[in-house]
Design a protein around this ligand. Structure first.
Ligand SMILES: NC(=O)c1ccc[n+]([C@@H]2O[C@H](COP(=O)([O-])OP(=O)(O)OC[C@H]3O[C@@H](n4cnc5c(N)ncnc54)[C@H](OP(=O)(O)O)[C@@H]3O)[C@@H](O)[C@H]2O)c1
Length: 279
């Protein structure tokens, strides 16, 4: 029997955890790709208790390391040939540094790691014949006015890391539109989504005195954030693939995020970086 399968990154907590639970509730087998088995175990146990054994599998994944991404993909391919849903959800804001391969930390994890993961999984997605890739972006992408390619290969420059986070989320949207342009005819639909302002661990790096202000702005629960993301996974792909969603509706992203030349340049540069780390 051909079981419908979903792979969700960073599903040990926050929005990703709720996405995994929701896929499982629909009878979809979920692969949770995350950094720690111990931190993921409670989610696996919750899914198995609610929906039965073998409904969930763990894959080790650190998006800041190409080797780890390759191992994750190899483990997936050991038992599976097709993938129906890929939710590129994992992400962080506010930490500084660079990835193992020398990419700015937020860009490397939130965008480039997901670019490599998606490309490495593309034959499984094509085999599904009706696959969906959902890239979790953010409204904050709109603060970026220019994409400086040189800075993407250097450690985080800003003190807060917020500018770099915004760049990574802009890259998620550019990736989505280019993925649509190149792969829609092969049966892969793609979506970018802002989940809303959601009360999760992502805010742990925020100074403690700012947290009550955020709460006053009215934060969504992780379940509500997951609902916004999943809405894209089930929307009519023929009219909505390639689009950016906010508040559950297709919305115009920033002008820079709709720059097709920039999307092509980012894709080609990412492909060339990726090929430098080919298996
Ligand atoms: N919360 C919001 O208000 C908000 C708003 C806009 C967009 N978003 C986006 O929503 C997505 C989910 O965030 P969240 O709010 O649910 O945050 P969260 O609760 O902090 O969850 C983030 C997940 O990403 C994982 N992650 C971080 N770095 C990773 C790496 N190098 N490799 C693999 N996994 C990694 C984390 O794993 P560990 O547990 O191992 O750290 C965790 O599972 C992110 O892409 C975020 O940018 C959130």
């Amino acid at each position: 029997m051909n079981v419908t399968k979903a792979l969700v990154t960073g599903a040990n907590t926050g929005i990703g955890k709720e996405i995994a639970l929701s896929f499982a509730s629909k009878g979809i087998k979920v692969f949770i790709a995350s950094r720690s088995y111990d931190r993921t175990l409670p989610v696996i146990q919750a899914i198995e208790k609610l929906y039965g054994a073998h409904k969930c599998e763990w894959l080790s994944l650190d998006l800041g390391s190409i080797k780890s991404i390759d191992r994750c993909v190899d483990s997936f391919f050991e038992q599976n040939v097709s993938l129906d849903y890929l939710v590129n959800n994992a992400g962080f804001a506010g930490s500084r540094g660079s990835t193992k391969e020398g990419f700015e930390l937020a860009f490397g994890v939130n965008y480039f790691g997901h670019y490599v993961l998606t490309r490495r999984l593309e034959c499984a997605l094509i085999r599904s014949k009706n696959a969906r890739v959902v890239n979790v972006s953010s409204k904050v992408h709109s603060i970026v006015k220019k994409l400086d390619f040189a800075s993407l290969r250097k450690p985080t420059k800003s003190l807060s890391g917020i500018n770099e986070y915004a760049v990574s989320k802009l890259a998620n949207i550019l990736f989505t539109s280019e993925l649509h342009r190149r792969y829609a005819s092969l049966g892969i639909s793609s979506f970018a989504v802002h989940p809303g302002l959601v009360d999760t661990e992502i805010w742990r790096t925020l100074p403690f005195f700012l947290r009550p202000i955020l709460k006053l702005k009215g934060m969504l629960t992780p379940e509500e954030g997951a609902k916004n993301v999943l809405q894209c996974a089930f929307v009519d792909a023929s009219t909505h693939s390639g689009k950016y969603f906010s508040k559950c509706t297709p919305s115009p992203p920033s002008t820079l995020a709709t720059d097709q030349e920039l999307a092509i340049k980012l894709w080609e540069q990412s492909e060339s970086w990726m090929n430098n780390y080919s298996k």
